[in-house]
Ligand binder design. Structure first.
Ligand SMILES: [Zn+2]
Ligand SMILES: [Zn+2]
Length: 147
């Protein structure tokens, strides 16, 4: 298992002041990949009961701007946050329950950034979302199917 990341250091390395809300939000995003704002707020409240929802939003925006966390917004879903940044990985989303899992780039090392025709743009992100049904939802549907 990986040791707990040094969140103070991560903040300092990104030129962000170390504050308790920032530490708590960063820890929550590391602990619950693809959590939505409400879940992160809930986790932070456990540690810092006085923190406001707005403060958590502000911290998430600051951490996203500093590229310490990545915001993903599957169609029809609330924004989710994750600490796995910088590798342009993709996501598979369950149409039924909204479960999200990471999917590495389809063919090796960020090739999805090499567009067939870039139209002169400098491309730094390719967003691919795979949609389907997660194993739990498939199992439930199988059970409901009449024989
Ligand atoms: Zn599901
Ligand atoms: Zn992810």
């Amino acid at each position: 298992m990986l040791a707990t990341p040094d969140f103070e250091r991560i903040l300092r390395d990104a030129d962000l002041y170390v504050t308790r809300p920032r530490l708590a939000v960063l820890a929550a995003v590391h602990e619950q990949p693809h959590a939505d704002t409400e879940s992160i707020f809930g986790a932070v409240r456990v540690e810092l009961p006085a923190v406001s929802r707005q403060a958590v939003y502000d911290v998430l925006n600051a951490l996203t701007a500093a590229q310490l966390v990545r915001r993903i917004e599957p169609a029809g879903s609330a924004a989710r946050y994750e600490a796995r940044v910088g590798d342009n990985h993709h996501h598979v989303v369950c149409r039924n329950c909204g479960a999200i899992a990471d999917v590495d780039c389809a063919v090796g090392d960020v090739p999805c950034l090499t567009a067939a025709d870039d139209h002169g743009f400098v491309i730094d992100e390719a967003e691919v979302v795979y949609w389907g049904r997660c194993p739990d939802c498939r199992a439930t549907l199988e059970q409901q199917r009449p024989n």
